[in-house]
Design a protein around this ligand. Structure first.
Ligand SMILES: [Fe+2]
Ligand SMILES: [Fe+2]
Length: 288
């Protein structure tokens, strides 16, 4: 990797995101839906999933308060001043859309899991804090990439259905804000690894923790969400080339964490998580 990333560059990126991408206002949305039942049939459960995941941002912020007791100013500025204000609007807008097409409101998860609290207790140890930071960045890079890919397909799908208002005043503005989130996590993870601040044992621990606890976006370690995600992956057509999707989602992590395994295009646990989600959905449907 030739690209050299400095903390100043990351801080500049965060400032720019804040300046150029204000949170999307609810009033900016054109709520015309031409055929609500068609949209619901085609994308209803996908919108449900994304609305809930976007609204989960408030729990994610509580988790970060636990996980990053010694939070760096750039990280704080990103999640508190840029990311949360943007994501919560994505959630509110999608939640209203899902109700406009006749589906129930989203039920975000607002309780911080015990596992997170335990990790948070350990995160007071500085060496563990750095491991947790790297996991936070890798998780962010993976989940934001999944968001970008999903909104791309949904934008195309809504356009095809002739739902121009949804495509252009909901999905397109949301989609524009996700790559900046991805870039923040990609740059932050890259900077942390390149800086050499992490000892080999810390990188090893990061790999072990990722292998054991990798989660696709919004699955929160729960089978019911894994099954829902399996359905999302199928509806959006990613299951037709799952390895390609795993590559897209896992590339940064493969480069930063598994560089010693020459030629690894994605960590195997990414593909395993995708297969598990799809299997759960095929076996149990939404009742998992
Ligand atoms: Fe979002
Ligand atoms: Fe995002």
């Amino acid at each position: 990797m030739a690209e050299r990333i400095t903390q100043e560059r990351i801080a500049e990126h965060v400032r720019r995101l804040g300046d150029e991408y204000p949170p999307i206002e609810l009033d900016s949305v054109d709520r015309e839906v031409r055929a609500p039942e068609v949209v619901a049939r085609r994308f209803g459960h996908v919108i449900d999933y994304l609305a809930r995941v976007e609204l989960d941002v408030d729990r994610n912020v509580l988790e970060l308060l636990v996980l990053l007791p010694d939070v760096h100013e750039v990280d704080r500025a990103f999640y508190a001043d840029v990311w949360q204000p943007q994501e919560i609007q994505h959630g509110l807008i999608l939640d209203r859309l899902q109700q406009d097409i006749g589906r129930p409101a989203a039920e975000p998860e607002l309780d911080v899991a015990v596992k997170i609290k335990l990790l948070g207790a350990l995160a007071h140890i500085p060496a563990i804090q750095d491991v947790v930071r790297l996991i936070y960045y890798l998780t962010g890079a993976s989940t934001e990439r999944q968001a970008v890919l999903a909104y791309n397909v949904i934008h195309g799908g809504m356009t095809e259905l002739g739902e121009a208002a949804i495509a252009e005043t909901i999905i397109a503005p949301i989609r524009r804000q996700e790559p900046g989130h991805f870039a923040f996590y990609r740059m932050s993870a890259t900077e942390l690894v390149q800086s050499g601040a992490l000892r080999p044992w810390q990188l090893h621990l990061t790999r072990v923790l990722r292998q054991r606890s990798y989660n696709l976006v919004g699955t929160n370690g729960q089978d019911r969400y894994r099954a829902q995600m399996g359905a999302v992956v199928e509806t959006l057509g990613f299951d037709t080339d799952l390895e390609r999707y795993a590559r897209e989602v896992g590339r940064i992590e493969a480069q930063l964490l598994w560089a010693h395994r020459q030629g690894m295009a994605y960590p195997p646990y990414v593909l395993a998580a995708l297969r598990e989600s799809i299997d759960l959905y095929r076996e149990r449907g939404f009742a998992a």
